[in-house]
Design a protein around this ligand. Sequence first.
Ligand code: THU
Length: 130
Amino acid sequence: MNKLIKEAIKARKNSYSPYSKFAVGAAVLLKDGKVVHGTNVENVSYGLTNCAERSALFSAYSQGYKKDDIIAIAIVADTKDVVSPCGACRQVMIELINEDVPIYLGNTKEKVKEVKINDLLPCSFKEVEL
Ligand code: THU
């Protein structure tokens, strides 16, 4: 767990966040042992910003990995308490990771809290059968 938080801290160094100055890092641990990094990439048109955890998940999927390949995710920012993912990232995570995947929320002082996606987004909108 700590190792993945350290990877997220490394990923944070690549943050492109000239507007918020809030650097976030994420790391996705895969079944084959590979770790995929992601960071927040901002835009002058603020709404086009991509968060760190979404960048990491999109990168893993872009490399051909699927939901069942993901065994953990860590997200880190330089906050007093652990970082808390935004609503958009919660919605993306509910679709791209399994419900039992540990999500390690951390800060740069290595404070860590483990949650699951259903803790972050209860009663979520998912693929529905019609
Ligand atoms: N941000 C993330 O990358 N992940 C989070 O969990 C929270 C917010 C980014 C988006 C934006 O670049 C900056 O943090 C400030 O909101």
